[in-house]
Design a protein around this ligand. Structure first.
Ligand SMILES: CC(C)(COP(=O)(O)OP(=O)(O)OC[C@H]1O[C@@H](n2cnc3c(N)ncnc32)[C@H](O)[C@@H]1OP(=O)(O)O)[C@@H](O)C(=O)NCCC(=O)NCCS
Length: 205
């Protein structure tokens, strides 16, 4: 294999457009015909729960091939209190570099940065086949449920501080910035180069 130089660092403002396009390329036709995630990324960056120090790119030999973004979130504990945690996503790897370990590298290093910034736990919806390799487990097995679908196997949590979720029982919902309007996303997509939407097997929508 060629020698490679990998850097994971905060995204600069002048790279916002590039990372939106990378996100669009990574998600295009994966979960639905076309995708919304590049618009979601734009919305997250202008919401109050955005943390620039956890808006990260993975550079390979000087070229950005991966991106992840974290957002402040909370678990509503059954006793009524709120427990601050974080969520993240979209996470994107340039399609030509998928399944070569870069997503895992970016995820794990970003989790370590989030931990150092004081985050105790993460909650997301995603595929356990990918996230299970990086200490995520199904939320409902631990007392943390997904408010929209309490029985969901795709709702995952991870402790960044050991014992942070011990004895915690509660519900998680994504922060409001994740609820993007598909019509707005469709409109925003017109500012990108045309790309063919395809209905493919395995899409969720
Ligand atoms: C999902 C994504 C971030 C993973 O990054 P990656 O660099 O491709 O993944 P890795 O090489 O680190 O994967 C490590 C392991 O995770 C699992 N995995 C990764 N992607 C998977 C997928 N789409 N489905 C099932 N398992 C997957 C596999 O076990 C893989 O090992 P293998 O390739 O030896 O089978 C990347 O493929 C991507 O950008 N996908 C499109 C956007 C997306 O789905 N984002 C996540 C939304 S929750």
């Amino acid at each position: 294999m060629d020698s490679e130089n990998i850097t994971i660092r905060p995204t600069q403002i002048d790279e916002y457009g590039f990372t939106e396009n990378l996100t669009r390329e990574a998600f295009w036709n994966v979960y639905r015909p076309g995708c919304l995630e590049h618009y979601l990324l734009r919305c997250i960056r202008s919401c109050g729960d955005y943390m620039p120090e956890l808006d990260l790119v993975l550079e390979r030999n000087g070229t950005i091939i991966g991106h992840i973004i974290y957002v402040r979130a909370e678990i509503e504990i059954d006793s009524g209190d709120k427990l601050p945690i974080m969520t993240f996503g979209p996470i994107s790897i340039d399609p030509q570099y998928k399944r070569q370990g870069y997503g895992t590298m970016l995820l794990r290093q970003s989790m370590e940065i989030a931990r150092r910034l004081g985050t105790g736990a993460l909650a997301i919806t995603g595929n356990i086949d990918f996230y299970g390799n990086s200490s995520f487990f199904v939320g409902k097995s631990s007392g943390i449920r997904y408010r929209d679908d309490p029985d969901a196997d795709y709702f995952l949590v991870a402790e960044l501080k050991k014992g942070f979720l011990d004895g915690v029982s509660g519900a998680f919902s994504e922060p409001p910035c994740y609820n993007v309007d598909p019509a707005d996303a469709e409109e925003y997509d017109k500012s990108f180069p045309p790309k063919q939407k395809l209905k493919l097997p395995g899409q969720l929508v």
